[in-house]
Design a protein around this ligand. Structure first.
Ligand code: GUN
Length: 298
């Protein structure tokens, strides 16, 4: 039987409507407008298109966004000075430095310089540590978006075996840690697979929920998926396509056509996890504005 499609665009739209209402309320009752500082260094086309989409989404729900596009020649000191200005700017409640940064910029030093209370990406070690300890923290956007997709599609996480393919700091590691927390978005049993995993298919076939986050176009084939599994494709890979004006198209880490015939539910690429990542960034920015306002009015 063909799998049901988890429509990330639709679910993201629903959450954005909820956030828009919250932004309107903050404005009406507290005279507050959430603000996001967006930093893009260099001219990587995929990063530029993500940043443009993030800024458009801010505008759509009434978040102020301050755009900072810097040349690839930007020095570490210049970038750190900008982060410091954003840390101190009262109009800014969230800071997003788009990754990856061009070489030789030091990504971890830049992430460490962001005020953890404005770290709406959830990448600062303080937020990662709080999340692992089960304390309140900004949750990083892609893994949080995956959990929201599953929950809002009625997929049971408690007691499920989730197999994650990929161990990145942005997706695999934080997602595994979120899933083992106690609580409505956790209580799962988790296996994390990576490039050194022996007999990958043996592990992926055990999954009730399979999350592909390896950055390898169509690496998850039908023989690697258990009949009836839920499949979440986090991959966004550009592959050459001469029939497109852009010269490329986006494909996920999952062989969508073949795997759809076995899975019970599956996310498409594009239109699955992607819109949720941006939506959770909006969610964190609104939450941060609320927290800053509460703190200031105490
Ligand atoms: N690059 C890829 N995904 C992300 C993300 O969620 N946030 C940032 N800042 N950079 C990214």
């Amino acid at each position: 039987m063909a799998a049901g499609i988890i429509d990330g665009k639709l679910i993201a739209q629903q959450i954005r409507q909820e956030l828009k209402a919250e932004v309107e309320r903050l404005h009406r009752e507290d005279g507050l407008q959430p603000g996001l500082g967006v930093v893009l260094v260099g001219d990587d086309p995929a990063s530029a298109s993500y940043v443009t989409a993030k800024e458009a989404a801010c505008a759509e729900i009434g978040i102020y966004s301050a755009d900072h596009r810097l040349p690839a020649s930007t020095t570490q000191a210049e970038l750190l000075a900008l982060v410091q200005r954003l840390n101190e700017d009262p109009r800014i409640h969230g800071i997003l430095v788009q990754l990856p940064l061009p070489r030789p910029l030091d990504e971890s030093a830049v992430l460490l310089a962001i005020d953890p209370e404005k770290d709406v990406d959830g990448f600062h070690p303080v937020n990662v540590g709080r999340m692992v300890l089960g304390e309140p923290a900004f949750l990083s956007c892609t893994p949080h978006g995956v959990l929201q997709l599953l929950q809002r599609s009625g997929v049971r996480l408690a007691g499920s075996h989730v197999v994650i393919v990929g161990r990145s700091n942005i997706v695999g590691k934080p997602l595994a840690n979120m899933l083992i927390q106690k609580g409505p978005l956790g209580n799962a049993t988790v296996t994390v697979c990576h490039t050194r995993t022996a007999d990958l298919a043996h592990h992926t076939r055990q999954a009730d929920i399979l999350v592909a986050a390896a950055g390898q176009p169509r690496m998850i084939t039908a023989d690697m998926v258990r009949e009836g599994a839920v499949v979440i494709d986090v991959g966004v890979n550009r592959v050459a396509d001469a029939s497109r004006k852009s010269g490329f198209r986006l494909v996920g880490d999952v062989d969508f056509e073949a795997v759809s015939a076995k899975a019970s539910l599956i996310t498409p690429v594009p239109g699955g996890v992607g819109p949720m990542t941006i939506t959770m960034l909006l969610h964190n920015t609104v939450a941060s504005a609320r927290q800053h306002h509460l703190k200031a009015s105490r």
